[in-house]
Design a protein around this ligand. Structure first.
Ligand SMILES: O=C(O)CCC(=O)C(=O)O
Ligand SMILES: [Fe+2]
Length: 453
């Protein structure tokens, strides 16, 4: 974003915006042209084939909590719920114009620097950035602190957590101690969240107030290597460009075929725990998302939490004993040394997606002894940085990687050898941009490790 290209911006705006951009993507700090090198600003609309939206819509006015639980939550079936947001004040109040006015001088998280610190930008500058940027993968607001903020907490007044999701068992450990769980998410066309599984086995809902989001979801058993490929960077748009076409390849495993969806305003996505997903904003969007644990996914979530966050799980268990002895019993009976059979059960953890445009730090769903002990020692060392973690924090494969690799590497090779049509993939060309790997395109960047639970 050179100043001569954007005469609309004052020097001050440009300075603030660029400061945030260079912090959030330090690999592009000295390569200013690289922000626009793919010219997605011009080509974006034709970059991907049209969405074949196969995700059923369910009218929430005809769906009881019990039905939701039995038909979707327990069997982990993704769904789009409609008419849940009809009476939210957000539907009128959350236009970028109104938000920019109301929160003009509030700072929002637009990314993380190389050390894992939040990069923030005041709304008044971000609004200008949305309007004038031509970046291939623009900065994306993923702000999880609004609930504690004197002014930004007003977001809470504009929406209501639907009854389907109200159980929210991490609530028991208290607001300060619980892992990050709610985010306001807004950004321009081309921003998004790269492929990941949500943290700690949580289910998620994502309520789109305005704009359109392109979703792709993969079942819980989809192997990590199929989705987490080496790419030029870890931006959502890059993932869609390189990996999406492969999903039509004849060698793409039939049982790992994705579900796609074009989510529109007023639609609420339910993402069951353990499902891989990636999101690309095809227009400017404003959304709110929350992750939660209910008795329907408690088993998987307890498994992940107890193994990855021993301290937190202790506190959680103490509260469960008092308030939910039924679940405490399940926790007591869980054999934490056992690897769960279903990836959907063992699935993710971590926290979210991108604070800028990608959720680089996604995670797989693996359990092993070595992961467990590794996570435990990490959790001791990194309690400080943990406080800063955002939703994007994801578990990685950790110590399991070695064992996992030997088998999956074989699968991967056989997939590649048989594959005819994904030679377009970065992985195949064997080229990576070392500069950008810190964003997590390399499997276990330091940044990912910091984000592990
Ligand atoms: O809206 C998005 O960009 C994706 C959000 C997401 O994946 C999440 O909240 O976990
Ligand atoms: Fe997610």
């Amino acid at each position: 974003m050179e100043s001569h290209e954007f005469p609309e911006l004052t020097k001050r705006s440009l300075k603030r915006i660029n400061r945030a951009r260079y912090k959030a993507r330090e690999e592009l700090k000295d390569q200013r042209k690289d922000w626009v090198k793919n010219n997605y600003y011009e080509t974006f609309d034709k970059l991907l084939p049209p969405v074949i939206d196969t995700l059923p819509r369910v009218d929430a006015r005809n769906l009881s909590c019990e039905e939701f639980r039995n038909k979707y939550e327990l069997p982990r079936i993704p769904i789009v719920l409609t008419h849940l947001m009809d009476d939210w004040p957000a539907m009128n109040k959350w236009t970028m114009k109104k938000l920019a006015k109301k929160y003009r001088n509030q700072s929002f998280k637009v990314g993380e620097d190389n050390k894992g610190n939040s990069v923030k930008l005041k709304m008044k500058y971000y609004k200008e950035y949305i309007e004038y940027n031509k970046d291939d993968s623009p900065l994306y607001v993923f702000d999880g602190n609004y609930g504690d903020h004197r002014k930004k907490c007003q977001f809470l007044k504009d929406y209501k957590v639907p009854a389907y999701f109200s159980e929210d068992l991490f609530h028991l450990v208290g607001e300060r101690r619980r892992p990050p769980y709610r985010w306001v998410v807004f950004g321009p066309k081309r921003s998004g969240t790269s492929v990941h599984i949500d943290p700690l086995g949580t289910h998620a809902w994502n309520a789109l107030v305005s704009g359109y989001k392109r979703w792709i979801l993969f079942p819980t058993h989809t192997p990590r290597w199929l989705l987490k490929q080496k790419l030029p960077d870890s931006e959502a748009v890059t993932w869609f460009k390189f990996v999406h076409p492969q999903t039509d390849d004849k060698n793409w495993p039939d049982d790992c075929k994705p579900i796609e969806c074009l989510q529109g305003p007023g639609e609420m996505m339910f993402v069951p725990g353990g499902w891989w997903h990636a999101v690309l904003n095809v227009s400017d969007t404003v959304a709110v998302t929350q992750n939660y644990v209910s008795s329907a996914n408690f088993g998987a979530s307890w498994h992940k939490t107890a193994r990855g966050r021993p301290k937190l799980s202790k506190k959680w268990l103490a509260q469960l004993r008092e308030h939910r002895p039924d679940l405490a019993k399940i926790a007591d009976e869980t054999d934490l040394s056992v690897k769960l059979a279903e990836q959907s059960d063992s699935s993710s953890n971590g926290s979210t997606s991108s604070s800028s445009s990608s959720s680089s730090s996604s995670c797989s769903t693996c359990f092993s002894e070595s992961e467990d002990s590794r996570e435990r020692s990490r959790s001791r060392k990194k309690s400080e940085s943990r406080k800063k973690r955002g939703k994007r924090d994801m578990e990685t494969e950790g110590g399991r990687k070695k064992r996992y690799r030997s088998k999956t590497e074989r699968d991967r090779d056989s997939y590649r050898n048989n594959s005819s049509s994904h030679s377009d993939s970065w992985d195949e060309r064997g080229t990576t941009n070392g500069k950008s790997s810190r964003r997590g395109s390399s499997e276990h960047s330091n940044k990912d490790r910091r984000r592990e639970h």
